[in-house]
Design a binder for this molecule. Structure first.
Ligand code: COA
Length: 152
């Protein structure tokens, strides 16, 4: 089965569905509500399957002209490990290069938290070329927030 990756219109309903599929990563109702709200307005990249269903979603923030932040990244649970996330990183990166963006940024749960799911997530970002930059308490003591960056 094929799929297509690229810039898309806002897809808040897909955001809601995809987040609900992975409660081990996105289990905080208030945070999920914020992400679904963000999906109404933020720059959106998707992977869609042959039937047009959204199977991967990335929201992008642009705090400065030289940086693009992956604000949210989530892939359909049944499609994990099939290259969907990597395709979205590549697409945002290619666009970044064309716009003169120099850094990609992502925030995720840091390694001082024992969660095994986020250990896989960090591995995903590392294999996609991101480097750990700094662990902070931006999300409170209980949820160490790791900044990762990738030079473009
Ligand atoms: C993290 C995520 C976006 C990666 O997308 P993906 O399409 O599954 O990843 P890809 O197939 O492109 O890349 C595969 C690599 O990611 C790693 N990976 C990380 N999380 C994984 C998961 N849940 N399932 C399968 N592979 C995963 C694999 O080990 C693999 O690396 P390897 O080739 O060195 O073994 C996706 O798995 C996901 O939505 N996870 C749950 C939510 C999440 O973590 N979001 C990010 C929060 S900051």
């Amino acid at each position: 089965m094929g799929w297509i990756c690229g810039r898309d219109l806002q897809v808040p309903e897909a955001a809601k569905r995809l987040l609900a599929e992975v409660p081990e990563w996105f289990g905080l109702p208030e945070a999920n509500a914020d992400y679904i709200e963000a999906a109404r307005t933020k720059e959106t990249w998707t992977v869609r399957d042959d039937d047009g269903n959204v199977i991967g979603l990335t929201l992008v923030d642009r705090h400065f002209p030289h940086v693009a932040e992956l604000h949210l990244m989530v892939v359909d649970r049944d499609r994990h490990g099939q290259g969907v996330g990597t395709a979205m990183v590549r697409a945002v990166e290619e666009d970044a290069r064309e716009r003169g963006v120099q850094l990609l940024e992502v925030k995720t749960l840091g390694s001082s938290h024992p969660d095994p799911g986020y250990a896989r997530t960090r591995h995903f970002y590392e294999q996609a070329g991101f480097l750990p930059l700094e662990e902070t308490n931006l999300w409170g003591e209980a949820n160490p927030c790791l900044f990762m960056v990738k030079p473009v």
